[in-house]
Design a protein around this ligand. Structure first.
Ligand code: PHE
Length: 416
């Protein structure tokens, strides 16, 4: 028995770290340079760092709560048991909304980036047609199932990582510190543009749907999972910092106004960078990187939405059942993308607001209730008592206020 246990060793924390980094880094990243252009580099980095801390803490709170329950128990079980059915319905609705609006964002992003790629190959297609075609392809993989998706995702993820390093090696070499610190800028107010950045940073650090899976993967070993959350989010933070240094150190702040006017979508950003770099190989890399980056996260999020809907609607897992679920998964986001192809930035902002419920408030409330209900727990615990819980709740309130003010047009916007 002893040998059997030690023979099946737990997987290395490297894999868990990769899973977390893979989920965290996605569409949100492409919204950052544009929405951060008002607050610019220094303030935006500070806001990014603060958001990272709060999102890591909320993830650890969800982890601590999960350890009181059988392995595999997810948001639904925990929330219903500790916070009641009413909050559980609200929480479920916010999960569904975030996955749905992210699917929309990916369709609009993939249309724009593929149109750009085809144009570079002298093949004119419309963004709508490209988005539609690509979405049907993704839908096919989702219909085929998790095994197909995980293989394709692995290939895309590999391509994404390799092109990221090649590209940013190149981009960082071109960074000019005068641009990064906006030395010649005519405006000295940066912080007032910082508020509206917060929900976008929140969306960019969302990963909380993957924690239950990871607990199962490490067979309830809380300390290992906590390490993966820490390392995985730190890796994402590093990637984001390199990304904003690479973009803000190459594109002058004023140029972002024109990028935002083109809908703030990825193609406009890629265009601006490509023009400034004057390097054909870097432009190609940039296009390849953005295509793979969008494709890999697109598959991950839509598979999440598919599973969630299949479970919610109790759909069967046969070919016809899966086909029905696939249609339900894509029909609303795809129709929205065909009607409004330029809503990428707006969608990420809404995702940030909705994710505040399930990725920030719910984990804080869960851990607070769980500590009352199981006061003598011996397993892994987040240190610091109520202080982190309070910090995370304050962060949630700040996000809600900022989002509402922003929708009421009461916050200064630099580029729109
Ligand atoms: N962090 C992901 C989005 C996401 C949000 C919330 C949960 C899961 C994923 C991105 O940047 O695209």
């Amino acid at each position: 028995m002893e040998t059997a246990v030690s023979a099946s060793k737990l997987p290395s924390i490297l894999w868990g770290t990769l899973i977390i980094t893979g989920t965290v880094v996605g569409a949100g990243m492409f919204s950052l340079p544009v929405v951060m252009s008002g607050a610019w580099f220094s303030w935006s980095s500070a806001i990014l760092l603060f958001t990272w801390l709060c999102m890591l803490l909320s993830g650890l709170m969800f982890l601590e709560t999960s350890l009181h329950y059988p392995r595999g128990a997810g948001f639904d079980t925990l929330t219903r048991d500790l916070l009641g059915q009413r909050w559980n319905v609200l929480n479920g609705a916010s999960i569904l909304f975030v996955l749905g609006i992210l699917t929309y964002a990916y369709i609009s992003a993939s249309g724009a980036i593929l149109q750009h790629t085809f144009a570079a190959l002298a093949l004119p297609v419309s963004a709508r047609a490209a988005g539609l075609g690509f979405t049907l392809l993704v839908a096919l993989f989702v219909w085929l199932g998790t095994a197909a998706v995980s293989r394709v995702t692995l290939i895309f993820l590999g391509a994404k990582v390799i092109t990221f390093f090649l590209l940013f090696g190149g981009l960082l070499g071109h960074v000019r510190s005068a641009l990064l610190f906006d030395v010649g800028g005519t405006e000295s107010h940066y912080l007032r543009y910082g508020w509206m950045v917060i929900p976008f940073c929140l969306a960019s650090f969302g990963y909380h749907g993957n924690i239950s899976g990871l607990i199962e993967y490490y067979r309830g070993e809380g300390k290992k999972v906590a390490r993966c959350l820490l390392l995985g989010t730190v890796a994402a933070l590093m990637i984001y910092l390199v990304w904003i240094v690479g973009t803000m150190g190459n594109i002058p702040r004023v140029d972002f106004i024109a990028i935002a006017q083109r809908g703030g979508n990825i193609d406009a950003l890629v265009d601006a960078l490509g023009n400034l770099l004057q390097s054909a190989s870097l432009s190609v890399l940039l296009t390849v990187f953005s295509t793979f980056a969008v494709a890999s996260s697109f598959l991950g999020v839509t598979l999440g939405l598919f599973d969630y809907l299949a479970d919610l609607l109790k759909m069967d897992n046969g070919a016809t059942g899966r086909l029905k679920t696939t249609v339900i998964t894509f029909v609303v986001p795809l129709s929205a993308a065909l009607i409004w192809p330029n809503g990428f930035l707006v969608a990420i902002g809404y995702a940030g607001l909705a994710a505040t419920v399930w990725a920030v408030i719910t984990p804080a409330l869960l851990v607070w209730r769980a500590r009352q209900r199981f006061p003598h727990f011996q397993g892994w615990r987040l240190k610091g008592g109520n202080l982190p819980v309070l910090l995370v709740l304050l962060f949630a309130v700040l996000n809600i206020i900022v989002s509402l003010l922003s929708y009421a047009d009461l916050l200064p916007v630099y580029a729109r």
